[in-house]
Each structure stands twice: as C-alpha cells, then as structure tokens.
Design a binder for this molecule. Structure first.
Ligand SMILES: [Zn+2]
Ligand SMILES: [Zn+2]
Length: 218
C-alpha cells in the first residue's frame, strides 16, 4: 500500500497552493492508495476525510505538522487541539498521553518551518524520543534524506516518506510503503509504531496534464 504521508493543501496551510480537488485527482492519477494531510497547525474534519474516501476510493489520514524549536514534527493519532508552534517536550507529552505518534519531519534539511526562527539538524536527543523518522522527504536533497536514513538505522526508527507537497506537481515524489494496509488512522499509527513501513522515492512518471483544469472547487 502506497501513502504520501506529508501533504499541505491551501485549505489550512497558507503556504500551499494545492487545492484539495487537485490533490485527489493527482493522487488518483499517481495510483496512490492514501494521503496523509499534514496541515500546519490544523487538522481536517473527519467527516470530510471519510466522504473523500467513500467517493474516490482514496484513504485520507489526518495528521498535523507542528513547528518546534527542536525541529518540525508530523503528528498522527492525537486528537486534542495542537498549536502551530509548540515546545517539543509539551508536544511530546500531549501526543503520548493520547497514544499518538511523533515523526521527525525532514530532520536534516537544514532549515525548518520558520527559517528565521528554527534551523539546523534535529539532535540525537530528540531523535531518541520520536516514534519514526521521515527518511524520504520530497523537499529535501538526496544527501539530507540519506542522513535521515542513517539515523533511522542508528536509532532503530521506523522509516516513512512524504512529498511535503505544496503544489500538485510535487505530490507523490516521496512515499511510504506499508506492508499491510491500514484502513484508518488508528491502524496507521499501529503500523508505523510496529515499523511495518518504509519511506521510498516514487519514480514512475505520470504527466501533470492528466489533471483536469476544472478542479477549482476547494
Ligand atoms: Zn516542515
Ligand atoms: Zn510540511
């Protein structure tokens, strides 16, 4: 099962130009099985995510990306409201209390969500606390992703991948391969915790032109 676990849409991420309808069309044309939408500091409505799944045969997993002074973190399986920017340790406690998972996003990109505020590499201390590491991020160089891959081995961390798409042509550049097929967010968290997943580059070329231009409804 192939899932892009790191995507931003213009619905809740002001830095993204990716309209939800275009996201769905492009994901379908790429042959993805699911999408993890990780808006900055906001989470999609469950009912809407389930309707998309029903109408398009595409699973939508609702995550969230949080900026912390220790690096950007992708969160799945936490339902209490989280802030766009948080102290890492407070975030950690909040997510753990709910049984959710923390994934270190693009840990070696060299800059994080707010370039002027946070930059650098995610420390070993923080990596020893997270549940998984994004070894394949579409906005990172291959060298940065390789550093993340090395750390996943050092800390026995499950590997995940996501495009970090902010536009439709970026979607699916990196993906997560799941050995089993999580049907909902609870199962997704479970599979990642058990490490039955792996980040990967998606090399199949699908023409962008396959996307209908009338995907204007957001
Ligand atoms: Zn980020
Ligand atoms: Zn992101």
């Amino acid at each position: 099962m192939l899932v892009d676990l790191h995507v931003h849409t213009c619905r809740f991420s002001s830095c993204s130009e990716l309209k939800p309808n275009m996201l769905i069309q492009r994901a379908k044309s790429l042959g993805l099985d699911g999408i993890g939408i990780t808006e900055h500091g906001a989470k999609w409505d469950l009912k809407e995510a389930m309707e998309i799944a029903k109408d398009h045969g595409l699973l939508i997993f609702r995550g969230i990306e949080i900026h912390t002074p220790a690096g950007d973190m992708l969160i799945y399986g936490a339902h209490r409201s989280l802030k766009k920017e948080m102290d890492f340790h407070l975030l950690y406690q909040t997510v753990k209390d709910e049984g959710g998972i923390i994934i270190a996003a693009h840990p070696f990109r060299g800059f994080w969500g707010h370039r002027s505020l946070f930059k650098g590499y995610v420390s070993d201390e923080i990596l020893s606390m997270v549940d998984a590491i994004e070894t394949h991020n579409g906005s990172c160089s291959h060298k940065s992703n390789l550093l993340a891959w090395d750390k996943s081995a050092k800390f026995y961390l499950p590997s995940v991948g996501g495009s970090d798409a902010h536009a439709h042509h970026q979607l699916g550049k990196c993906l997560t391969f799941f050995e089993r097929s999580p049907a909902n967010e609870e199962e997704l968290v479970h599979e990642i915790k058990l490490g039955r997943c792996m980040g990967a580059y998606y090399t199949k070329k699908i023409p962008i032109a396959e996307i209908a231009i009338d995907a204007d409804n957001v």
